[in-house]
Ligand binder design. Structure first.
Ligand code: FAD
Length: 406
């Protein structure tokens, strides 16, 4: 197996690197400086526009859809090069490009593709994900938010319910929404998928205040929200298939954005060790960094392989969960290693230290990646059952109409 770029990928890397060197620095965030959410989201849109105008948006989308029709491997190469810069990217950009657009491209109709794809690639439309509910997270199909068709002949739907953990819903334009439209069939079969303008009357987002002081998640309440049938993605009752496409995009997008190990290698190579030489001369440090780098590389190649499958129309299924699992554990391991290398300064950084606050943030934030986009335990179950063919979990509710579940 050859782990180096193919000649085509190498040429693409040079092209990407050259373009980024000319355009990315003006958009970079200052390390260690926190800016208000509104400014971060606005800067995210500006970066999206720059990417679009430079022809770097929607790399794996077909040219007909406004993308470049490139391979998954090339998309990973671009993410790696982009990840060298500290850019305003986050759920306010990635939910649109990595989750909303794949579902609209695959399950939507031409009119919907024309309405949403290009404005999203340009940063004019940003998206949130309205999936999780207080009693439906890992078991998403247990969701209770419901949509009923009006009887006024318009075909519109009236939605009532509550979503939770809706990242950036307070600052995004549209949401991807899954609701129950039929409770008389088993839980996975009665779901329908919509896109919804977040300014629609009846939608209220209440930011959840986190221990860090930030409020990037929301509870989202939907009260008599009227959604036109034209906003329905896919057929009535086929919402679960749409959800799978979204989650595939989320899992395959995990960790594509930057190397966690390279900055640590750099740091260890520049930092003097207590007994002479640099930290990188310490065998134990070298071994840990080498292990982390090897894992990161393995994850990268596996991700490129699965993204290439998707761009060819193939379905990696539960294998996508392996990318997310590998990323979540590597992110935790590498951020923990970063804190160890930094030593006491990791706990009490000197004034003006711009390196450590980002390390501290990563160390704390890395734990959430064990839950977001599918909890580790649930993904392991899926891989065990669907990839390794091990016996399935006992599911008593599988064939029971949702309305009969206790
Ligand atoms: C950073 C972050 C961002 C998020 N953003 C969004 C968003 O934008 N939109 C959105 O809709 N949701 C979002 N979520 C919610 C996320 O999808 C859910 O947190 C996740 O699906 C888990 O659901 P839960 O929190 O209800 O936990 P639960 O499902 O209650 O799980 C709790 C624990 O039980 C374990 N568990 C559950 N079922 C099983 C099982 N069958 N076998 C073994 N163990 C099990 C899990 O592993 C977990 O540790 C976000 C979450 C995080 C952390």
């Amino acid at each position: 197996m050859d782990f180096n770029d193919t000649p085509q990928e190498a040429a693409f890397r040079v092209e990407a690197r050259t373009w980024l060197a000319a355009h990315a620095p003006a958009h970079e965030l200052q390390p260690g400086v926190t800016i208000p959410d509104t400014e971060e989201a606005a800067r995210g849109r500006a970066w999206m526009r720059e990417l679009y105008e430079g022809g770097w948006s929607g790399l794996t989308f077909s040219k007909a859809l406004g993308g470049r029709g490139l391979s998954g491997a090339e998309a990973v190469v671009f993410s790696e090069e982009e990840g060298r810069y500290h850019l305003p990217k986050g759920p306010f950009t990635s939910i649109g490009t990595g989750m909303a657009l794949p579902v609209i491209a695959k399950h939507g109709n031409d009119e919907q593709r024309a309405l949403y794809v290009e404005p999203t690639l340009k940063g004019d439309l940003t998206w949130c994900q309205l999936f999780s509910e207080p009693a439906a997270g890992s078991d998403l199909a247990a969701l209770r938010t419901k949509a009923v068709r009006t009887d006024d002949g318009s075909g519109d739907w009236i939605v009532n319910g509550q979503k939770v953990w809706s990242s950036w819903a307070h600052l995004t334009d549209w949401g991807i929404l899954v609701v129950r439209t039929d409770a008389s069939v088993p839980k996975h079969k009665g779901l329908t998928f919509f896109v919804v303008d977040m300014k629609t009357p009846g939608i209220e987002t209440r930011p959840i205040r986190q221990i860090s002081g930030a409020s990037e998640f929301n509870e989202t309440f939907l009260t008599d929200v009227r959604i036109p049938d034209a906003n329905r993605i896919g057929a009535v009752g086929e919402g679960w298939a749409c959800c799978m496409t979204v989650l595939m995009g989320e899992r395959l997008g995990s960790g594509a954005h930057r190397s966690g190990v390279e900055p640590l290698l750099d740091y260890a190579a520049k930092t003097p060790a207590a007994h002479g030489g640099t930290m990188l001369d310490d065998r134990a440090v070298r071994q840990q960094l080498a292990e982390a780098l090897a894992e990161e590389q393995g994850e990268r190649f596996f991700q490129a392989r699965l993204r290439t499958m998707v761009s060819k129309g193939e379905n990696p299924g539960a294998l996508a969960g392996m990318v997310k699992l590998a990323y979540a554990s590597r992110y935790q391991k590498v951020s923990g290693l970063g804190m160890e290398l930094r030593g006491l300064d990791a706990i009490a950084p000197e004034a003006g230290d711009t390196f450590t606050p980002d390390l501290q943030y990563d160390y704390i934030y890395s734990t959430v990646m064990r839950i977001a986009g599918g909890a580790d335990e649930v993904l392991r179950n899926q891989i065990a059952e669907r990839v390794l063919g091990m016996p399935g979990e006992v599911r008593m509710d599988k064939d029971v109409p949702f309305e009969q579940l206790k």
